[in-house]
Design a protein around this ligand. Structure first.
Ligand code: AMP
Length: 341
């Protein structure tokens, strides 16, 4: 029987608890400095202690994973700490499609996939000279919103960019991606696509709390003007949302279009958990500015299931448990090849 392994951070607790709930062995690749934290949880069967997560690329770590017949569940920390080449070179079977993680990290590929899925993507701006309305400048890669800023003109953009360069956060223009800013209700749509059932499940929706942009709304505009630092969009926490039921049909079709587009552009497609991230405007139109091609940390609040997973399953079904269930189903029907790369 397969074991489930993941890196000790992000949503590891949810993933490994889910493995245990489905009766699978749970393995944590754990930085030594976090050992004390993770030993608190009885559902983690084995810890592989490392100094750095990059050791997962080494033979020693690999042979333990191999011996256990382990499947690695990728999450945000894997993407933040490894480049696409390193991820693609992993020997351990990776749940889902490891090639699509490159499309998550690369803003140009990301845009291509979102357009192929026919999502409403805010316009990107290729040259700071073209900034003539409210624009968000984002860093490349899984920066988690740190170092992002808003701007309305080239001169203001240059000032803020130079500040980030001085702080050593970015090197120059090439580290920033510019996109039209859309205001409204932010929503992060969590999905699971099963290649076994060939079916899309909508799993939940969350909202992110980002510092310090969220804190800005709590102070009067006069004091906002006095703040010297460039406010960032660093994700601190998530909270649950439920959508107007009339929006659900479009939520499913966006997810289905995304799955179809991925099958076309990144074989074998978007298998397993993913998230489409965006903002509902005043006409309840969804502007999708981002996707994550793997489990997102916003699923952590639904360890006991979400209002939407409850409609699909009679047992408390977290995303972590759903992953374990898919692995079990694939094993019992001899279709592991369909769910890992
Ligand atoms: P991202 O890395 O694209 O998920 O962006 C981080 C955060 O920046 C999001 O959670 C939003 O708060 C904000 N954001 C990014 N792009 C946009 C956009 N085009 N319009 C409005 N807010 C955005």
């Amino acid at each position: 029987m397969a074991a489930i392994a993941t890196l000790g951070s992000h949503c590891a607790l949810q993933v490994l608890k889910g493995a245990k709930d489905e009766g699978l062995k749970s393995i944590l690749i754990c930085e030594k400095k976090r050992e004390k934290l993770y030993r608190r949880f009885g559902f983690i069967d084995e810890l592989i202690l490392v100094d750095s997560f990059l050791e997962i690329l080494e033979q020693k770590c690999n042979s333990i994973l191999e011996k256990n017949n382990a499947i690695l569940i990728p999450h945000g920390t894997l993407i933040a700490q490894m480049n696409s080449e390193q991820i693609e070179s992993l020997k351990v079977p990776v749940f889902g499609n490891k090639s699509i993680l490159r499309w998550e990290s690369d803003r140009k590929l990301k845009e291509k996939l979102m357009h192929e899925a026919n999502l409403n993507v805010p316009k990107s701006i290729s040259n700071p000279k073209e900034i003539n309305k409210l624009v968000i400048a984002k860093r490349y890669g899984a920066a988690g919103g740190k170092g992002y800023f808003l701007t309305t003109s080239e001169a203001d953009y240059n000032k803020k960019r130079d500040k980030l360069i001085a702080q050593g956060i970015i090197k120059g223009d090439n580290d920033l991606y510019l996109q039209e800013y859309h205001s409204g209700v932010l929503a992060y749509l969590q999905y699971f696509y099963s290649p076994l059932k060939e079916e899309l499940e909508f799993f939940g929706v969350d909202k992110r709390h980002e510092s310090d942009i969220e804190g800005l709304a709590r102070i009067p505009s006069k004091q906002q003007m006095e703040i010297e630092d460039v406010p960032s969009f660093n994700v601190i926490a998530n909270s649950p949302l439920v959508l107007r039921e009339s929006l659900l049909d479009e939520v499913y079709s966006m997810g289905e279009r995304f799955v179809e587009a991925s099958k076309k552009l990144v074989s074998p497609g978007m298998n397993g958990p993913f998230c489409i991230e965006g903002v509902y405007d005043a006409d309840a139109k969804f502007n999708a500015f981002e996707f994550s091609a793997r489990i997102v940390a916003g699923t952590n609040m639904y360890m006991e299931g979400s209002p939407y997973s409850t409609l699909l399953y009679d047992v408390p079904m977290s995303m972590g448990r759903r992953i374990a269930l898919e692995i079990k189903n694939a094993e019992s029907s001899n279709q592991i090849d369909k769910i890992v790369t």
